[in-house]
Design a protein around this ligand. Structure first.
Ligand code: FES
Ligand code: FES
Length: 150
């Protein structure tokens, strides 16, 4: 199946099986590898991207289903890593191994877009589906509060 996928403001013509998950099209067809595979069953959040500004687990939607919509990956969040969440992540040294972090950042950015001053409870609820085996949860919460002040 051939269709046009808009990723980070650029249109890409892709030709994949209709059921191919968005995650694999982003990584293998478009060539952006910042979005990670963790579980493949919508349980870890490592593959989180934005579709029309909303956080979506890209392992759990087909690429064909988001044709014509705006997909944003970690590479497209800002041109120079200057998004307030990225700045706060560095300020608080959030990443450990780093594997989960692009998904964490994308979920955090979506949270702040809809709730600019989130409470701890709102942060925990919004980030509940983003797992981190390194246990960076407290640093993530601090960084989100920090980004909310930017
Ligand atoms: S890889 Fe998509 S939620 Fe885990
Ligand atoms: S930083 Fe290692 S899994 Fe989250």
């Amino acid at each position: 199946m051939s269709f046009t996928l808009n990723v980070n403001g650029t249109d890409f013509e892709v030709d994949v099986e209709p059921e191919t998950p968005l995650l694999w099209v982003i990584r293998d067809s478009v060539g952006l590898t910042g979005t990670k595979y963790g579980c493949g069953i919508a349980k870890c959040g490592a593959c989180t991207v934005h579709v029309d500004g909303q956080p979506v687990k890209s392992c759990n939607v087909t690429a064909a289903s988001v044709a014509g919509r705006e997909v944003t990956t970690i590479e497209g969040l800002s041109p120079d890593n200057s998004h307030p969440v990225q700045v706060a992540w560095k300020e608080h040294t959030v990443p450990q191994c780093g594997y989960c972090q692009s998904g964490q950042i994308m979920s955090a950015a979506a949270l702040l877009a809809r709730t600019p001053q989130p409470s701890d409870q709102e942060i925990d609820a919004a980030m509940a589906d983003n797992l981190c085996r390194c246990g960076t949860y407290l640093a993530i919460r601090k960084a989100i509060h920090s980004a909310s002040q930017a």
